[in-house]
Design a protein around this ligand. Structure first.
Ligand SMILES: NC(=O)c1ccc[n+]([C@@H]2O[C@H](COP(=O)([O-])OP(=O)(O)OC[C@H]3O[C@@H](n4cnc5c(N)ncnc54)[C@H](O)[C@@H]3O)[C@@H](O)[C@H]2O)c1
Length: 356
């Protein structure tokens, strides 16, 4: 595996990626280069990245605090101001080195600064490698509401180097795995079965599976870049997952959930709804729940949390004409979009999540 080419850009792997990046930098001669990173990736990843750059570039580093809380308009404003103060012009480049927060936010900042400057993604978390950095969705949260503001715009290129995962905390690794599980369930039962068998989430175990996940995401996005139909299937597990993530973020008495942890719950609940609305196999739904709970354990969601979480569904981006549209499964690999479900069924899904 050296590269995957999409209509608009190429995803390169490991050293092939730095070769392509060095060539790109030499060819384009950007007026200014900005490296956007967070407080962790500045320490763990930026030095590795810089050691691979053999082109004579000068750069400024823009560092933000790590975590989802930084994916907001205030931070964007600070970054636009910094770009402006450091003299960025339309021939400048932003290189995003980090997880999904950095690729989402950095892509958005670059896409809107002076009506759009070039950006490159160097994903360093598992989640960003298999999902967030690919496909061109960029954006920020509105308060605690996920991804409400953003644009679709593609990077010039992406370098996926799994070496960065060496410093990624194990809980973040597990969070990224949720999007890989999603890819298996919506697209390819064989891939799901391979993931199911994993006993340890080491880089060695995951290397080929990361590649497969990227191919799945790329194939789906290529067929429907602007999310008219098929691409919506990537939101499987995210309707309730995002609402749960937002609810836990806005409640001080709840521990913050990582994105993938919330999506794992959303997947279990979507499967319950799939049994109810699409005739999905009950046995499979239970077996998927067992697999996911064996990886993520169970998060305490109290009964009094259910209705406020359901209330948050009205902000989901897939909603149309006031309807909340779920992605459900007819079978593994056979997703169904625009499914409308009632609140009673969602309450049933919360119970199903809790039951062993
Ligand atoms: N645009 C999309 O299509 C898309 C798809 C899925 C998820 N997302 C978004 O992605 C975000 C989640 O991404 P994430 O899980 O990568 O979160 P993140 O960017 O917050 O990274 C997770 C944590 O890992 C740290 N980190 C990253 N790489 C590291 C490394 N190599 N070594 C040490 N620490 C490292 C970060 O500093 C952070 O603390 C969410 O905001 C979600 O909405 C976007």
């Amino acid at each position: 595996m050296t590269s995957i080419t999409t209509q608009d850009y190429t995803i390169y792997f490991n050293n092939e990626g730095y070769k392509a990046l060095n060539q790109h930098l030499k060819a384009i001669k950007y007026s200014k280069v900005f490296i956007l990173c967070d407080s962790n990736t500045n320490i763990d990843c930026v030095p590795i990245f810089l050691s691979k750059i053999d082109t004579d570039i000068t750069y400024d580093i823009l560092e933000i605090d790590a975590g989802e809380e930084s994916k907001n308009l205030d931070i964007c404003l600070g970054l636009w101001e910094a770009l402006s103060q450091y003299g960025a012009d339309r021939k400048s480049l932003v290189i995003n080195i980090g997880g999904g927060v950095i690729t989402d936010l950095g892509g958005f900042v670059a896409s809107t600064f002076k009506r759009g400057i070039d950006f490159i993604n160097i994903p360093t978390s598992l989640l960003a490698m298999v999902d967030a950095s690919i496909g061109g969705k960029t954006g920020i949260d509105l308060g605690t509401l996920k991804n409400q503001i953003g644009v679709i715009n593609t990077p010039k290129l992406i370098v996926v180097d799994t070496f960065y995962l060496k410093t990624l905390p194990q809980l973040e690794m597990r969070s990224g795995l949720a999007e890989m599980l999603k890819h298996g369930l919506i697209y390819d039962e064989k891939y799901w079965n391979k993931l199911k068998k994993l006993s340890q989430f080491t880089i060695e175990n995951l290397n080929d599976l990361i590649y497969e996940s990227i191919i799945i995401k790329k194939n789906i996005v290529a067929q429907d870049p602007t999310e008219q139909g098929l691409r919506k299937t990537l939101n499987y597990g995210h309707t309730l997952g995002h609402a749960i993530e937002s609810y836990f973020m806005e409640n001080d008495n709840k521990e913050r959930l990582l994105h993938g942890e919330a999506i794992a719950i959303g997947i279990i609940m979507a499967n319950y709804l799939s049994v109810k609305y699409c005739g999905f196999s009950e046995e499979k739904s239970k077996s998927i729940k067992n697999t996911i709970k064996s990886i993520y354990g169970e998060v305490e969601i109290d009964e009094e949390d259910h209705l406020p979480i359901i209330e948050l569904l009205k902000y989901d981006k897939k909603n149309e004409h006031g309807n909340i549209n779920f992605v459900l499964l007819d079978a593994i690999g056979k997703p169904k979009i625009n499914c409308i479900v009632n609140n009673e069924a969602i309450l049933g899904a919360f119970k199903f999540y809790k039951k062993n």
